[in-house]
Design a protein. Structure first.
Lengths: 357, 265
């Protein structure tokens, strides 16, 4: 079993994996490869199938079709305890009747690791997560963030080639979460060969931590790419709105420009048929206030102060456009006429064909 | 509390005492009073004495006490073993299978215990299953009667147990038997303990099935109380009843002390 050295990582491959309960499909023919040492975020709203995909790797759900591979090993028919994956779940599931050190040693004892080697490996795992001082405590004596670290230490102690993280930060408050995010990133730098499958509904976690993001919705994989790719040039409307909350504006395509209501906007129309309708995707923080290229005239519908920025909601030709601008001394009043603009290279045109079915 | 006004609280307390004292406390107090009496012809018992207790704690009564304790102990351990095993198995079954098992284990509770006693008597009076006339037929009947309660309370505890523990253990490489012994059973321990206490108490008080089955050399305490009062020794019977009550409460108290030490949250 996973008796390899620290960092003896392997990849994960989903090969047309479908999971269904009765006639209800919760994961629909997923094809996805996580390279050795890669952090792959499965991002999607609840019910999108992302947790099911993770549980298929852990062995808690059995696919009705397709294969799951860890490294070169087809694990589809293996029981969970023979897969050698480390897993951390949202509730941590630390064993309440065991001290921290016994929790961490659990996997090693269960796998009958050499008795003399266990204390060293427990100490090593606790050291890595900064929990060495708490070895003698019971889980109920620890805070949420500390329990989280113990759960990670427990998963790492068995030196898994693959680490599965199921919404590991969602039980923590916002401040603790960003701290843990940084620690997870540094942990991964220490274990560069371990592949991590990270399930989350939080785009910030995915963008921060992942090498690649797989966007899921309604049991299907919608998009997959590096965070930059998905953010700058999303391929589907769902990705554009879920990752970065973009403005999605229906436009009519001309040659080299598109039309939104009365406004003519210059954008890259390559790959989109002239005369068709398409969706123009612009990030709120790339929309500026005032005259400029690609001007949009509209009425202010709402103004939200967010500290460093103002979020403006402006009605333009029947569409509500979001704009995040640097904090304004004198924000526009509701109902005031304003002009917004955005640079042509900051917009992405999505042809209607690749949007959500 | 849901009631906040002072008047409301007093009303509730009065109502509680009016209902509780005559229904639950008084009958028990009457037995305690009678156990110290030699005569009860007026409104209150008279002729205070410890003589009833002297006879209740020696000879046949003492033997009946140990008989009851041994019967209850063995029966509740058997019930706990079978009940927990069945509950664990039922949890792994399909919905239909679980419902079938639930019904099966409810049966001894639904059927009057006299009927269960008769059934056991008829079933185990012929070779090769000849238990009639031995202490084992009493223990068996008690075990059958209380297993239902062990099954039910352990079953309820298993449903409440977060499957994440079992899954976390499995993902760490623990085989199912290891998970059972090191994770599931320790987490179920408080419920197993509570179930054991319940089974013990029920077995200590069992009379109707026992009456059908007990051999002369294995007479449990409730039967002894029944025969004593049946002969007219009301005050001796009361003393024996107080002893039964005391012994049961003492064991339950010890069991609950173990339970507080075994609960983790």
């Amino acid at each position: 079993m996973s008796g390899g050295d620290v960092g003896g990582g392997v990849g994960i491959r989903f090969d047309g994996v479908s999971v269904a309960y009765g006639s209800h499909t919760v994961l629909d023919s997923l094809d996805l490869t996580v390279e050795r040492g890669e952090v792959m975020a499965l991002l999607g709203p609840s019910g999108s199938g992302k947790t099911t995909a993770l549980r298929a790797v852990a062995g808690f759900v059995t696919p009705v079709r397709g294969r799951v591979l860890i490294g070169d090993r087809d694990v589809t028919d293996l029981p969970p305890h023979r897969r050698g994956v480390g897993m951390v779940v949202q509730s941590y599931a630390l064993f309440p009747h065991m001290r921290v050190e016994d929790n961490v040693a659990f996997g090693l004892k269960a796998q009958k690791a050499e008795k003399t080697a266990i204390p060293g490996r427990v100490a090593e795992a606790l050291e890595m997560t900064g929990m060495a001082a708490y070895a003698k405590r019971y889980p109920r004596e620890l805070s949420g963030g500390q329990q989280q670290r113990v759960a990670i230490a427990r998963a790492l102690a068995i030196r898994p080639g693959v680490l599965l993280l199921d919404e590991p930060l969602s039980a923590l408050d916002a401040q603790l979460r960003s701290g843990m995010l940084a620690e997870l990133a540094s942990l991964h730098r220490e274990l560069p060969d371990v592949s991590i499958l990270y399930v989350t509904h939080d785009q910030v976690e995915a963008l921060t931590l992942a090498d690649r993001i797989a966007v899921m919705d309604k049991a299907r994989l919608r998009d997959c790419g590096t965070p930059q790719e998905l953010y700058r040039s999303p391929r589907t409307e769902f990705t554009a709105s879920f990752v970065g909350n973009a403005n999605l504006l229906p436009v009519r395509v001309g040659s080299g420009q598109v039309r939104l209501g009365e406004a003519e906007l210059t954008v890259d129309t390559a790959g989109v048929v002239a005369g068709a309708t398409a969706t123009l995707c612009v990030r709120p923080h790339l929309v500026g206030l005032g005259e400029g290229a690609n001007a949009l005239r509209g009425t202010v519908a709402e103004v939200q102060w967010r500290g460093a920025t103002h979020r403006l909601y402006v009605d333009v030709a029947g569409q509500r456009v979001k704009a995040d601008v640097r904090e304004l001394r004198v924000p526009p009043a509701l109902g005031e006429q304003v002009v917004l603009h955005f640079a042509p290279e900051d917009a992405v045109l999505l042809s209607a064909g690749v949007s959500d079915e | 509390m849901l009631v906040h006004s002072r008047k409301g609280k007093w009303t509730l307390w009065t109502l509680f005492l009016v209902l509780f004292v005559p229904l639950f406390a008084l009958p028990l107090l009457v037995i305690v009073a009678a156990s110290f009496a030699t005569n009860w012809s007026g409104a209150f018992p008279s002729g205070p004495t410890f003589e009833n207790y002297a006879s209740a704690t020696r000879g046949e009564s003492l033997r009946a006490l140990t008989t009851s304790l041994v019967t209850a102990l063995v029966a509740s351990l058997l019930a706990l073993l079978v009940g927990s095993w069945a509950a664990l198995a039922a949890h792994a079954l399909s919905k239909k299978g679980k419902r079938l098992l639930d019904t099966l284990f409810m049966l001894p509770v639904a059927v009057p215990s006299v009927v269960v006693g008769l059934a056991v008597l008829v079933a185990f009076s012929q070779p090769p299953f000849l238990l009639n006339g031995t202490r084992w037929i009493v223990i068996l009947a008690h075990a059958i009667l209380v297993t239902a309660f062990a099954y039910q309370s352990v079953s309820a505890a298993i449903v409440r147990l977060d499957p994440a523990y079992e899954q976390a253990a499995a993902s760490l490489g623990a085989r199912p038997s290891y998970v059972l012994w090191r994770v599931k059973l320790p987490l179920l321990l408080p419920s197993l303990n509570a179930a054991a206490g319940l089974c013990f108490a029920l077995s200590m008080g069992e009379l109707s099935a026992t009456m059908m089955l007990y051999p002369p050399d294995w007479m449990p305490l409730p039967v002894r109380i029944f025969t004593a009062t049946d002969r007219g020794s009301l005050f001796t019977g009361s003393a024996v009843a107080v002893v039964l009550m005391g012994a049961t409460l003492l064991v339950l108290l010890a069991v609950s002390r173990v339970r507080t030490r075994a609960s983790y949250r």
